[in-house]
Ligand binder design. Structure first.
Ligand code: SF4
Length: 566
């Protein structure tokens, strides 16, 4: 199919072209004590600095109260203990006293007021962390498998993830000037006035761009949802032979717009390890040059692949690389998800996988996770690894420290041995209300209660501690990757959700729309007959998502209106 790019640049494109440093007037607004908010234009520039201006939607009836969300860019989700403690302290001082783990292994600070914004971002940078390009029309946080138990390839793959992240980072001087030096960028200096990013150009990317690494058989980064994916391939001796490249995955869609859709990435070819940075940059430039700059709903790389095809993409990529890719090597993903509880690392040390419900690190009655983590990190200095499932790993722990850490966590209500049902541990929710401006329905605040209802239903239907992946988002953008879940719940309107069924355990298959609008209070009862049938009809070991493909998808096809004969 031929590409369908829109000829006229969107307003975002004109805005980016007007300030290639991405400085806008952010520094001036920061310095103005009378300004309670950034302009709409600066709000767009702020995204490339890792910052969203939001308002507390619970308070809208009494007037908008502007707050900011600040996101870390953290390749592979890895932090030193010292960096984690800085973030913990900054969240108490400048944010909502919580830290939110994102579905791309980043960390978010919520509820920041404008007068604290610079101190927070400077504090983050002082800890040798960054927020640059965590949002906006850039390459977002590079994902990598968080589990230290992953075979011997883990460290090498993380090293490549860090190299790629460094090689695709924007180089604007405005970030340092505004947040570290605390001054307006000097546009009288010709190198600032004439700045054009050597990789991104004047107008950066048409939309966001996502890169991930995976190590089979575990697909814990949901590799096929990334714009650009590297699947590690081991040789006969277990050493890294190279990577299979995937391209064109993505989750976001818009309600009522069938030209937008979630897409599983195509498998493109195989490359040697020393080509990984070149390939990542070349894929990014294809998005830069061929993505739709007139229609932001059609601007992701997945639409370039959908419109032009994987064969065209591979040819274009090889042309840019100046050499051919090899044919993809065999690989097999068996499952996704995180390892919970105590586990042994490849190097013999221990790691502890901790379930963080909906990714929100906080203290609440009976479960003081934030304080517990602070005390464990202060005392035992483990490495911190954030997972794509919104959870957290304490890594590199000596075996003799295991008991003391378990006891310290337990004294704060965190039970390392029993972290909830398999259903709950496999669940994910995006942030949505009250802070996300795009949220149509509740997500993070509603899913825990809904899971409790589903736990009761599973007990009633004899399914007990069955694992079913349930993912909820407040809008169709799909931040928690609901279209890969066995049950995906996507906000349609206040207290109304679409229900998707049929993702698989290895997260290689998109689910399908089953119900277009279901009231929140009716979700469990709507799904009760299906779960009852599944308990009765499933074959040995058959997962709910696979059973849905076998038993429910044919019913969907039968009830669909006949296709037009043209
Ligand atoms: Fe916001 Fe939608 Fe993303 Fe949820 S999925 S965080 S509602 S943009």
């Amino acid at each position: 199919m031929m590409p369908t790019t829109s000829p006229k640049p969107s307003p975002n494109e004109l805005l980016k072209a007007s300030s290639p440093t991405l400085a806008g007037t952010i520094a001036q607004t920061l310095a103005d004590p009378n300004a309670d908010r950034f302009s709409d234009d600066d709000n767009q520039f702020l995204k490339s600095h890792g910052i969203y201006q939001q308002d507390d939607r619970d308070l809208r009836k009494t007037g908008k109260k502007f707050i900011l969300m600040v996101r870390l860019r953290l390749p592979g989700g890895v932090m030193t203990p010292a960096q984690y403690l800085v973030c913990d302290a900054l969240s108490t001082r400048y944010a909502s006293d919580t830290l939110r783990i994102t579905s791309r292994q980043g960390l978010q600070f919520h509820g920041v007021v404008k007068s604290d914004l610079r101190a927070l971002v400077k504090g983050i940078n002082d800890a040798l962390l960054t927020t640059l390009a965590a949002c906006g029309d850039n390459s977002r946080n590079v994902m990598a498998p968080p589990s230290p138990a992953t075979n011997g390839l883990g460290e090498q793959v993380h090293q490549h993830a860090r190299q790629v992240a460094a090689a695709i980072s924007p180089s604007t001087p405005a970030y340092h000037s505004i947040w570290i030096d605390g001054v307006e960028l000097d546009l009288n200096d010709p190198k600032n006035r004439d700045f054009v990013d050597p990789l991104y150009g004047k107008t950066y990317l048409p939309r966001k761009f996502k890169i991930g690494f995976a190590i089979p058989p575990l697909n814990d980064v949901d590799i096929f949802t990334n714009c650009c994916g590297f699947i590690a391939v081991a040789d006969a001796a277990g050493k890294l032979a190279g990577y299979n490249l995937t391209a064109g995955g993505g989750m976001g869609r818009s309600h009522g717009n069938e030209a937008t859709f979630p897409r599983v990435a195509d498998l493109i070819g195989f490359l040697l390890p020393d080509k990984v940075v070149d390939v990542a940059r070349a894929v990014l430039t294809i998005h830069r040059d061929f993505g739709d700059r007139g229609n932001r709903r059609h601007a992701r790389l997945k639409y370039v692949l959908a419109d032009r095809g994987a064969a065209w993409f591979r040819e274009e990529l090889e042309r840019r690389l100046g050499c051919p890719l090899a044919e993809p090597r065999p690989f097999n993903f068996e499952r996704q998800g995180d390892a919970f509880g105590w586990n042994r690392q490849a190097d013999g040390r221990r790691f502890l996988g901790l379930f963080v419900e909906t990714g929100r690190i906080r203290d609440r009655d009976g479960w003081r996770m934030k304080t517990a983590l602070r005390r464990v990190v202060e005392q035992f200095q483990p490495e911190i690894r954030l997972t794509p499932g919104n959870n957290l790993i304490l890594a590199n722990i000596a075996p003799e420290q295991q008991t003391a850490i378990t006891q310290l966590l337990a004294s704060h209500g965190v039970n390392a041995a029993d972290q909830g049902s398999r259903l709950r541990r496999a669940s994910m929710a995006c942030v949505s209300l009250p802070t996300c401006g795009l949220g149509l329905a509740e997500s993070e605040r509603y899913l825990p209660d809904l899971i409790t209802q589903f736990e009761t239903l599973l007990a009633e239907t004899g399914l007990g501690d069955e694992e079913i992946t349930i993912r909820m988002t407040g809008c169709p953008n799909g931040c928690a990757r609901p279209y890969m879940a066995e049950i995906g719940l996507v906000g349609k309107a206040p207290a109304r959700y679409q229900v998707y069924l049929g993702g698989n355990e290895a997260s290689t298959r998109l689910n399908r729309l089953w119900r277009d609008v279901v009231k929140d209070a009716d979700l469990v009862n709507e799904l009760r007959p299906l779960l009852t049938r599944y308990a009765r009809e499933r074959s040995a070991g058959e997962r709910f998502g696979d059973w849905c493909v076998r038993a429910v998808w044919p019913e969907l096809a039968a009830s669909a209106p006949p296709a037009s004969a043209g």
